[in-house]
Design a protein around this ligand. Structure first.
Ligand SMILES: CC(C)(COP(=O)(O)OP(=O)(O)OC[C@H]1O[C@@H](n2cnc3c(N)ncnc32)[C@H](O)[C@@H]1OP(=O)(O)O)[C@@H](O)C(=O)NCCC(=O)NCCS
Length: 284
């Protein structure tokens, strides 16, 4: 990918409203899938990759499905910014989660194009195309300074903070799994094989516990309470001994009670929202 010659530096090129010169914004298409996966993967530090579905080797295949079958992903919108020579510079991915409220999953700009108003223009273009969206929310890593600077400028404020906790686990955990049953094993294996991530369900008595598999080696407990049920983790490890860590996100700074091992913090994320983002971007 060439450097971005036709975009002027931020101070000259980014008006607070209106299009950025030399920039075209269009809906993403299936042919963008591999590029979207590459750009999001390199945006995150390697030590976080095991915890992020977007960093897995099959993420491009997943993007292909999202972009080729939009009716299966209602309310989702991915826009790509490109220079007038056709070089792709960045993208946004948002989903309408409630009437008037969109969740921003990704905003990524290639390194050479940063600081020139591409992210701002992408968000503006999304809101232009979706006049009913009044507010946007998102999750951002606390240590992601450029993203936080962008969100501050757009009027986002923090609603809550979560810590990402991780415990190491070993295959001998499977010994404690007798009472728990892993449902949908075939689907779980197929997802992992195709995309490199997926979800699992464990039934224990009348309780059904949903779990995530953000990568081959990590099991995510969506609810911290699952950490108090070692049989749940054991049932998964019996089938997937390659899993060596359990991840849970919990609001605040305190580690939740854990019966699966000692927890260590790997990161913190902020849930932010901007109820007045249209005003900030001078849109009606
Ligand atoms: C965060 C990111 C998307 C910003 O993209 P960008 O195109 O450089 O941002 P813009 O040029 O549109 O900047 C918009 C505003 O954000 C602020 N900003 C953006 N990057 C900044 C930085 N590195 N330092 C300080 N302020 C910054 C600017 O103040 C700017 O406001 P202004 O135009 O009023 O001066 C880009 O750095 C990126 O792709 N990072 C990696 C991916 C990522 O972490 N995405 C977020 C989580 S999914």
């Amino acid at each position: 990918m060439s450097v971005v010659p036709r975009l002027a530096p931020r101070s000259e090129s980014v008006p607070s409203a209106g299009p950025t010169p030399g920039l075209r914004i269009r809906p993403a298409v299936a042919a963008d899938a591999a590029w979207l996966a590459d750009v999001s993967r390199v945006s995150f530090a390697p030590h976080l990759h095991d915890y992020l579905t977007s960093a897995q080797p099959g993420a491009g295949r997943f993007w292909e499905v999202v972009l080729a079958y939009p009716a299966s992903f209602p309310g989702r919108c991915c826009l790509v910014a490109e220079a007038d020579d056709g070089d792709r510079l960045g993208f946004v991915d948002l989903t309408l989660v409630d009437p008037g409220l969109a969740h921003l999953s990704y905003v990524c700009v290639v390194r050479p194009a940063r600081g020139r108003g591409v992210a701002r223009a992408l968000l503006r273009a999304y809101l232009d195309r979706h006049p009913d969206v009044r507010a946007v929310r998102l999750d951002v890593f606390a240590d992601n300074a450029p993203a936080r600077a962008l969100y501050d400028r757009l009027g986002f404020t923090t609603e809550s903070t979560s810590t990402w906790w991780v415990a190491d686990v070993t295959p001998d955990w499977s010994a404690s799994s007798a009472a728990a049953r892993l449902d949908g094993l075939h689907a779980a294996r197929a997802w992992l094989h195709t995309y490199g991530f997926g979800e699992l369900t464990v039934a224990i008595g009348d309780t059904v516990v949903r779990l995530g598999r953000p990568s081959a080696r990590v099991l995510r407990c969506f609810e911290p309470a699952a950490l108090r049920q070692p049989a749940v983790v054991g049932a998964v490890l019996r089938e997937f001994p390659e899993i060596d860590r359990v991840l849970v996100m919990a609001e605040g700074d305190d580690a939740p009670p854990s019966a699966v091992g000692e927890l260590r913090a790997v990161n913190r994320s902020l849930r932010m929202s901007a109820p007045e983002i249209r005003t900030r971007l001078e849109l009606t």
